[in-house]
Design a binder for this molecule. Structure first.
Ligand code: ADP
Ligand code: ADP
Length: 227
């Protein structure tokens, strides 16, 4: 479903060129829950951004469901992302002035779907993450775990083919982390949906079905997780 072919991503830092990702080839199939681990600065987030069409490779290719992402314009790519891919970040990234349901519904409303219909769907998604009783609450009235549930519900709003998570438990305690990871682990569907998660935490990675270790912008190892 997601394929990187000899993908490289370089950034200019002042006059220095930093190769964050160096010639990575990687395929992720529906049904997989791929954990990506590696030291700080090893290129994990960049790799996730390439997989999620947040960014395009400097050289090589990123292919999502057979679509070559670099052949899309920025606005096509952003439309593609909104409809096909859900994102979960460490900082939750909820808008403080919107309720839980409004935060979840926002991607649909941005896509032109009427508020009522979008909110109805948002409430279904909040039910899916066992948070429907908080639909009318604002982020500052919720715990970290609840905010991350809202973020997961938002990531699922368009029924995406992939859910990409960047340190989703980085701001959560152990018990809450396990709840979020259990939720994420239930999302992959064979031949349909994949989950990719960047994490520092080996206990979080253990929830995955596959562990990719990254070092200096390259894939160091890529193995199934033994349960
Ligand atoms: P990780 O997620 O493993 O910490 P990143 O992918 O964030 O690694 O970063 C890999 C390298 O690329 C680092 O050296 C980082 O400084 C650099 N980098 C990442 N994003 C940018 C950017 N937008 N501009 C410049 N350099 C960047
Ligand atoms: P970090 O990896 O430094 O903790 P984030 O994971 O919050 O930062 O964001 C990484 C990148 O993803 C940023 O370049 C940001 O612009 C982008 N981003 C953050 N949130 C979203 C979002 N909800 N949708 C699309 N892109 C986002």
């Amino acid at each position: 479903m997601i394929e990187l072919v000899d993908a490289t991503k370089s950034y200019l830092q002042g006059r220095r060129v930093v190769e964050a990702v160096r010639g990575v080839s990687l395929r992720v199939a529906g049904g997989e829950f791929v954990a990506i681990m590696g030291p700080s600065g090893s290129g994990k987030s960049t790799l996730m951004h390439l997989m999620g069409a947040l960014d395009i490779p400097s050289t090589g290719r990123a292919v999502f469901l057979g679509r070559d992402l670099q052949s899309l314009s920025d606005s096509q790519r952003s439309q593609f992302r909104r409809t096909r891919i859900g994102f979960v970040f460490q900082q939750f990234n909820l808008l403080p002035t919107l309720t839980a349901a409004e935060n979840v519904a926002l991607p649909l409303m941005l896509d032109g779907i009427a508020r009522r219909a979008a909110l109805a769907k948002a409430n279904d998604r909040l039910k899916q993450v066992a948070l429907d009783h908080r639909a009318g609450h604002f982020p500052d009235e919720m715990s970290g775990g609840e905010m991350q549930r809202v973020a997961v519900a938002r990531a699922l709003i368009a029924d995406p083919d992939a859910v990409l998570c960047d340190e989703p438990t980085g701001n959560l305690d152990t018990i809450t982390s396990r709840e979020i990871l259990t939720l994420l682990a239930a999302l992959p569907e064979p031949d349909r949906r994949a989950v990719v998660m960047v994490t520092h935490d080996p206990a979080a990675a253990a929830f995955g079905t596959r562990l990719v270790k990254v070092r200096d912008g390259r894939v160091e190892s890529d193995d199934p997780v033994r349960k």
